[in-house]
Ligand binder design. Structure first.
Ligand SMILES: *Cc1c(COP(=O)(O)O)cnc(C)c1O
Ligand SMILES: [Zn+2]
Length: 414
């Protein structure tokens, strides 16, 4: 919090001092999502590439000066961040790309990028003394909040739509959250959580509304830049639901650019599912988004009413980026290819970005000479039902070697 200068409303641009406690703009209400602004000049003096290099903390807290938490001792939290960035071999060749990197966010403690936001959310809740923290989620924000809250001894109340995959539901229950499975879609789930949060006075982890969460998620951009020696890619590819993640990636690179760590902001490719693409349509038409049905198997990005449209669209536009959509078939295909070629197992929304890269290469939005980084946002074990659809069936064999030989011969797997 030391270097936070003020808050600014993304809608009316009113500024508020850093002592401001409301999560949104009092004038604009829920749509007045705040942006947290920093004193980059002061930051530059004490936060340097050298100080970063000397910092032995591998977690996201290594970027603390660029974040909005007050707490200094963060050693009790789950270890979030420090996920691997792989230089692709097989996939790079297959796609004909000169340079491709894969950031595996599925290796966070609760197996998705959402941990970066939840780690901040639980700290912010502790800072104001809130004993209970709540959110509605398509699944990953929920499971990550439940895990991060459990670690610090906070209570969590979670609202998920009925469709949430079993893996995510199991995580929630194991982490001891109070889980409310709403018989409705994500929009209805969100509305119920909002009403309950205001009724009970719980701390609100709903990502778009709470500006501190973007400040946590943006650390993924810091890591990508640092892991690449601050020679950032031409394009970073991100799957989009509410739009918080892609907005955070933009903010992260913007911060680094502002303090002189990088000499350009990568272009951002936003990827939505064909069956639910309100932000894609808004970007293409230049009009406000329209409420959309939620018809995709990529549950984490099946968001009919995106909660962070302004920040998300601005991030893509200001980075001179682009938006594409991908079919569910393309998502399942990408899941298989990523597993086979790279040994990375992503959930559908986690690999949608890779499917989007394939579309963007086909449409020549991204060139094969471009240096690209794809963020794999969540782990495939969260949703094994769809993974099995993507992977097909095993070879079924009786306990008999001669039969096995025939079967392997037939499948060409010998
Ligand atoms: C939440 C999530 C996204 C999208 O993030 P938004 O902030 O909703 O745009 C993408 N992939 C996974 C795995 C997620 O959990
Ligand atoms: Zn406002």
């Amino acid at each position: 919090m030391e270097f936070v200068s003020h808050y600014e409303c993304t809608l009316c641009h009113e500024q508020y001092p850093k002592s401001h406690l409301d999560l949104t703009c009092p004038k604009c209400g829920e749509k007045g999502i705040l942006d947290i602004c920093y004193d980059y000049i002061a930051l530059k003096k004490s936060f340097t590439k050298k100080s970063l290099k000397e910092n032995s903390d591998p977690t996201m807290w290594r970027y603390l000066p660029l974040m909005s938490v007050v707490t200094r001792d963060l050693s009790d939290t789950l270890k979030v961040g420090g996920t691997p960035l792989y230089r692709s071999k097989g996939l790079r060749k297959k796609l004909g790309l000169v340079d491709l990197y894969l950031k595996d966010e599925g290796l966070n403690p609760t197996a998705s990028l959402k941990d970066r936001a939840s780690a901040v959310a639980v700290i912010k809740a502790m800072e104001i003394g809130a004993p209970t923290i709540a959110c509605s989620s398509t699944g990953n924000a929920a499971s990550s909040l439940a895990g991060n809250a459990a670690r610090l001894g906070l209570k969590s109340v979670i609202f998920v739509p009925k469709r949430a995959p079993k893996g995510k539901l199991a995580q929630l229950l194991i982490y001891g959250a109070t889980v409310i499975s709403v018989d409705g879609d994500y929009r209805e789930t969100f509305e119920l959580s909002k009403a309950a949060i205001s009724h009970y006075g719980w701390y609100n982890r709903n990502a778009a509304i709470n500006p501190h969460l973007v400040e946590g998620k943006k650390t993924v951009a810091f890591e990508i830049a640092e892991q690449m020696g601050f020679d950032v890619p031409d394009w970073v590819v991100v799957s989009v639901g509410d739009g918080c993640t892609i907005a955070s990636v933009y903010k992260g690179f913007y911060d680094l650019y502002s303090i002189g760590f990088i000499d350009k902001i990568p272009r951002l490719l936003g990827v939505q599912a064909k069956g639910c693409s309100p932000l894609y349509k808004a970007y293409i038409t230049g009009k406000p988004f329209e409420i959309t049905e939620e018809k995709t198997l990529a549950d984490s990005i099946s968001v009919g009413v995106p909660r962070n449209p302004i920040k998300a669209l601005k991030g893509v536009k200001d980075s001179r980026g682009a938006f594409v959509t991908v079919s569910d078939e393309a998502i399942l295909h990408a899941m298989g290819v990523l597993g086979r070629e790279e040994g990375i197992f992503g959930e559908p929304a986690g690999v949608a970005a890779l499917a989007g890269l394939m579309v963007a290469l086909g449409e020549e939005i991204i060139k094969t000479s471009d240096k690209v980084c794809v963020i794999i946002t969540g782990n495939g074990l969260k949703d094994v039902t769809n993974a099995l659809v993507a992977a097909g069936d095993p070879i079924t064999c009786p306990p008999d070697l001669s039969r096995l030989k025939i079967l392997l011969e037939e499948k060409g797997r010998r």
